[in-house]
Design a protein around this ligand. Structure first.
Ligand code: ARG
Length: 459
């Protein structure tokens, strides 16, 4: 049997394999709420514009609502031969309403319909990702406030560099998430033009009111070019690009959690709720959730790359290739949502091991820069010379296997005779972090102030 939605000129139905490759209902059924929202806005406008009689509009509206109820109740039967969500809804509408249902598709096409549905879905998802990112920022800011003065080693090249505070480290991710949220909002703002009414590609001869449908669906305005309206998937690409960058941030934090929870580092403890045991090694507490957050960035970036490749070189306007936008976009944004939720849970439960962190912060000559800065500030040495003197002292301490603060004044004065007792104050990690009061620096007062400001801003 030929397709009842478009089979007029076809003598027979599609080959089995054609149906399989062509059908998107398996994954686009999740667009049902958006599809029905779009249809309700469209049919109301057709009525207002005098294109459809009021009784048909009323019948179609009532019918669409029962379809929506059936889908929500889980009683709706999705059939592969109906290809996609648009034809599935319309076909069921026809069963409920009769031939008047056929008037719903006046002055539109599946091309503008699917673009509208996808935009609505991506917009809703960007809004909820923004909220989830704010939740993670909130959890990080609380932890930052609590640990504004908890010292830990700061790293460059994963080598101990200078002491920082645990709170400062948390706030670094709060800043990254703020940029991620900015990107979500930018993408949303650019997305917010309505393609509905562009029809197949050229617009329509019916006197439709695209401003009305745009407003009814919460868009700022209708799209300005009908070809671009149905050929554009920038909004999905931008959402995926923003999601990819966010996923990269989350993966960096996840990697730190994996390293920090190892027995060798022992910097933090994850709760039982976010670790798993090993079936053979009883001592293990594996950070599986963090590992999966680290890994899921792969599929999110993969979805972005995949869709960029689908879109590149496509001639205007719509091509069926574009149906491939869906699975990757759904999967990637859902994966990001899961990662945000999992990391928020981990941060809320996380316990830094303050003693281990303090010990590690002081090891590896992490206060060498403080010594060099002291020589510059107190003795007026040029920084390069101070660097050289400090280097010599690090060499002496390291040969003896002791910390800089354990060298005697006599030993220090061998490298630079003008050094006094006062230098010991800057060799301790507490003094080191407290002295970093420059704007954006790690001093506990700074961290406390910034954490407080974030907590207020996030509400
Ligand atoms: N399922 C299709 C998609 O997702 C809907 C648009 C189909 N349009 C068409 N002319 N065949 O892209």
């Amino acid at each position: 049997m030929s397709n009842r939605m478009w089979g007029g000129r076809f003598a027979s139905g599609p080959a089995e394999i054609m149906e399989e490759i062509n059908a998107s209902i398996g994954f686009d059924k999740r667009l049902a709420p958006q599809d029905i929202r779009g249809s309700l806005a469209h049919v109301a406008m057709l009525g207002q514009a005098g294109i459809l009689p009021a009784e048909d509009v009323a019948a179609i509206e009532a019918g669409l609502k029962s379809v929506r109820d059936e889908i929500e109740a889980g009683t709706f039967v999705f059939k592969r031969e109906l290809e996609d969500i648009h034809m599935s809804v319309e076909s069921r509408l026809t069963e409920i309403v009769g031939p008047a249902a056929g008037r719903l598709h006046t002055a539109r096409s599946r091309n503008d319909q699917v673009a509208t549905d996808m935009k609505l879905w991506v917009r809703d998802t960007l809004d909820s990702l923004d909220q989830q990112a704010a939740d993670l920022q909130r959890a990080l800011s609380q932890t930052a406030l609590k640990h504004a003065a908890t010292v830990m080693p700061g790293f460059t090249h994963l080598q101990s560099a200078q002491p920082v505070t645990f709170g400062h480290h948390c706030l670094a991710y709060v800043e990254m998430l703020a940029r991620d949220r900015g990107r979500f909002r930018d993408a949303r703002a650019r997305l917010n033009e309505c393609p509905l009414g562009a029809a197949a590609l050229a617009g329509t001869s019916f006197p439709i009111d695209r401003h009305a449908t745009a407003a009814a669906l919460g868009f700022d305005r209708p799209t300005a070019n009908s070809l671009d309206s149905v050929a554009d998937r920038d909004f999905a690409l931008e959402a995926l690009a923003a999601a990819s960058i966010c996923a990269v941030h989350l993966s960096r934090f996840a990697e730190e959690l994996v390293v920090w929870t190892s027995a060798q580092f022992n910097f933090v403890r994850l709760s039982d709720g976010f670790t798993t045991g090993s079936s053979i090694m009883p001592q293990k507490r594996n950070p599986d959730a963090a590992e999966l957050v680290r890994a899921k960035s792969g599929r999110i970036i993969g979805a972005l790359t995949g869709l960029l490749i689908v879109m590149k070189g496509l001639p205007l306007a719509y091509s069926k290739d574009m149906q491939e936008d869906k699975e990757g976009t759904f999967d990637a944004l859902q994966a990001l949502s899961l990662c945000l939720a999992a990391l928020t849970g981990m941060v809320q439960d996380l316990e830094p091991n303050a003693e281990v962190l303090a010990r590690a912060a002081g090891s590896g000559y992490a206060t060498a820069t403080d010594l060099a800065d002291w020589l510059v500030r107190e003795l007026g040495l040029p920084f390069r010379q101070a660097h050289h003197v400090t280097g010599r002292l690090v060499g002496v301490a390291s040969a003896k296997g002791v910390g800089l603060e354990e060298l005697s004044l006599a030993e220090l004065q061998e490298a630079e005779p003008r050094i006094t007792d006062a230098v010991y104050a800057v060799l301790g990690v507490g003094n080191s972090v407290a002295s970093r009061t420059s704007y954006g620096g790690t001093a506990p007062d700074n961290v406390r102030r910034q954490a407080q400001a974030w907590i207020e801003r996030l509400g």
